[in-house]
Design a binder for this molecule. Structure first.
Ligand code: SF4
Length: 373
């Protein structure tokens, strides 16, 4: 295999195979990965364009029964320090975000053994009513949705219909970490199996709601497990005609949990972002994680990312060692110093970027126009 052959495929808008992306990961230098990722990025976005928004992740409960060994956030129901925020407490957090100029709230809790889908639907309806026209919401992660359907004794289709009818517009693909069953068995056997996760995503999309894709790297996952994640995700995106609006990758933080370990270097994160951009040719939006990499995340714009959040809080990653800065101008300056003019965007704004045709081995697919996030 030759890097020059892979380059020609990328320049010709041809799909890169799993073996080829593995070859790039193992043999391409940083400069080459940057170059290939920027070529792929330019199919959708202007070279000096990047977008961002200010958002908060509101953790409404830390009660969880999944017991993932990499998690620093959860408490079992009988343990000290558990909480389930009231509507007023959630509102206080949202008010704080508005004070920072934020436009988006993502809700993320745990696998609470008593919260049914109807409980979520009621809470989210109240919140939407209070903040109508001021904010948009990711109302839960797919992983929480799946668990709550089980608690409610509903199929995913039934649960998704209840959310949709109550007014939910979006969930996130959070809780994905590494989508590989061996990884899941080692670290979070109580959470879900990979095909179950995609069944949950499919039900959300089929009900007419939006969703996203995520990945977390830097645990002890193998390259094969990482590639399994990307391959299954790319297949799902093909199957749903570009159903997931964006892909966000961040890094595992190893503090205050059972698994421990060391955080991976920023350089590895950036290289992996480039791999994601090149391989996930049916995702318009690849996002870099300020939440876990602070200003260094902006270097991800050189490795194929086109969008990022400026977060104001997320207890899950902060408990694991993430530090959040609200010096937004300083962070944005990093993007400018790299040659990108950051543009503040509305949540779920229509992306009017170019729509490339990606040629696969046996078919030609068109990347559909999707909303961002
Ligand atoms: S990662 Fe999520 S599902 Fe796993 S233990 Fe933590 S809160 Fe629960």
């Amino acid at each position: 295999m030759e890097i020059s052959n892979i380059k020609n495929k990328i320049l010709g808008n041809n799909r890169i195979s799993r073996k080829e992306i593995q070859f790039l990961w193992e043999h391409a230098d940083d400069k080459t990965l940057q170059e290939f990722a920027q070529v792929t990025r330019s199919r959708f976005h202007d070279p000096d364009e990047c977008t961002y928004l200010i958002m908060a992740i509101v953790n409404y409960t830390n009660i969880c029964v999944a017991k993932c060994d990499y998690c620093s956030f959860y408490r079992l129901p009988h343990q000290d320090g558990t909480y389930l925020l009231s509507f007023e407490q959630v509102s206080e957090k949202i008010d704080s975000l508005i004070g920072y100029g934020g436009r988006l709230v993502g809700f993320n809790g745990g696998f609470h053994p008593k919260l049914r889908i109807t409980d979520y639907a009621k809470l989210f309806s109240q919140i939407r009513t209070r903040y109508a026209d001021r904010l948009d919401f990711y109302e839960m992660t797919v992983a929480e949705f799946m668990f709550s359907c089980k608690v409610s004794k509903l199929t995913y289709a039934e649960g998704a219909r209840i959310l949709k009818e109550s007014g939910t517009g979006w969930v996130t693909g959070g809780g994905a970490e590494v989508l590989d069953d061996a990884f899941r068995f080692r670290h979070s056997p109580g959470k879900y199996k990979v095909e179950d996760y995609f069944d949950g995503q499919k039900a959300i999309l089929d009900a007419g709601m939006g969703s996203t894709a995520t990945m977390v790297i830097g645990f002890d996952e193998t390259l094969e497990e990482r590639l399994n994640h990307l391959e299954r995700l790319r297949d799902f995106q093909d199957e749903t005609n570009g159903g997931l609006a964006s892909f966000l990758c961040w890094t595992y933080k190893p503090w205050n949990n059972e698994l421990g370990g060391n955080e991976i270097e920023t350089g590895e994160y950036l290289r992996w972002l480039a791999i994601c951009r090149i391989y996930l040719d049916n995702f318009v939006n690849i996002r870099t994680s300020v939440l876990t990499k602070n200003e260094d995340a902006l270097d991800g714009l050189l490795f194929g990312a086109n969008d990022f959040d400026l977060p104001t809080e997320d207890e899950v990653t902060q408990k694991a060692g993430a530090t959040i800065s609200i010096e937004f101008e300083k962070i944005l300056q990093r993007a400018r110093s790299l040659g990108f003019e950051p543009r503040k965007r509305e949540p779920f704004a229509i992306n009017t970027s170019k729509q490339p045709a990606i040629r696969t081995i046996d078919q030609t697919i068109s990347a559909t126009q999707v909303t961002l996030n």
